[in-house]
Design a binder for this molecule. Structure first.
Ligand code: DC
Length: 229
């Protein structure tokens, strides 16, 4: 008998390798990877294109409701993102969109529309959904929930090395302070705060390689597939 394909809901703060781990786990499992942050970014892109300001909430909510975000897997790894008949894969990563997406994602109507889309994308199983509120709001009944953690110092170290590699180095202490400030903001915000579901498996990534983290998660999913048979 073939194992049933389940749903993996993965979250954790920035700097835990969340996106890389989700993509790699999805590939190893033969599952579809759904980057929910990219969906908020795609709606932000559309709002900018239509010249909407952040205060025009009703119009932005209408955009989110009328234009479902879709994904296409790409051989090169990064899934392609589409909205309103156009590809926005590159545009959604620009600094302008990164700046605007956080306030836009706090608009309740936008969240309602995107949560509904995410639930539909995951309904058949065989998916890795990554992002805020996935475990608590979008799929509280996901068969596997994983919350990645790492100490603030470890996340700062990873970010410090990443910035150095990109040729835009920053002072380690400054990076650490920013990470601590972001943690406070993210875990105390009113809409979709960053918290692990009570029944999530906490995977502490300190001292582990990406391969080791992926292996742990794949094992959890395989076990759940066996139990869901
Ligand atoms: O993970 P990211 O940087 O691509 O996410 C973009 C923004 O969307 C970020 O401000 C967090 C927010 N987000 C959210 O509110 N809910 C999600 N499920 C995913 C992302």
């Amino acid at each position: 008998m073939t194992a049933r394909r389940v749903r993996l809901a993965l979250d954790g703060p920035a700097g835990t390798g969340k996106s890389t781990v989700s993509k790699r786990a999805a590939r190893e499992l033969g599952y579809t990877y759904v980057d929910t942050g990219a969906m908020y970014r795609a709606v932000t892109c559309l709002a900018v294109q239509r010249g909407l300001g952040l205060t025009e909430e009703a119009a932005i909510v209408e955009l989110a409701e009328q234009h479902p975000v879709t994904f296409q897997s790409a051989e090169t790894g990064e899934p392609r993102v589409f909205v309103a008949g156009q590809e926005v894969t590159t545009q959604i990563r620009t600094p302008e969109i990164s700046r605007l997406v956080s306030p836009l994602s706090a608009i309740r109507g936008v969240r309602t529309a995107l949560v509904r889309q995410q639930q539909a994308l995951g309904s058949a199983g065989g998916v890795v959904l990554e992002g805020r509120d996935i475990q608590t709001v979008v799929m509280p009944d996901a068969e596997v929930k994983v919350f990645l953690t790492a100490s603030a110092e470890e996340r700062a170290r990873r970010r410090f090395l990443e910035l150095q590699e990109r040729g835009t180095p920053q002072d380690y202490d400054k990076v650490l302070t920013e990470i601590c400030e972001r943690d406070d903001r993210d875990s105390s915000r009113e809409v979709a705060p960053l918290t692990a579901a009570a029944d999530a498996a906490i995977v502490d990534t300190d001292g582990l390689t990406i391969d080791q983290v992926v292996a742990q998660i794949v094992a959890l999913v395989r076990q759940a597939e066996g139990e869901a048979r």
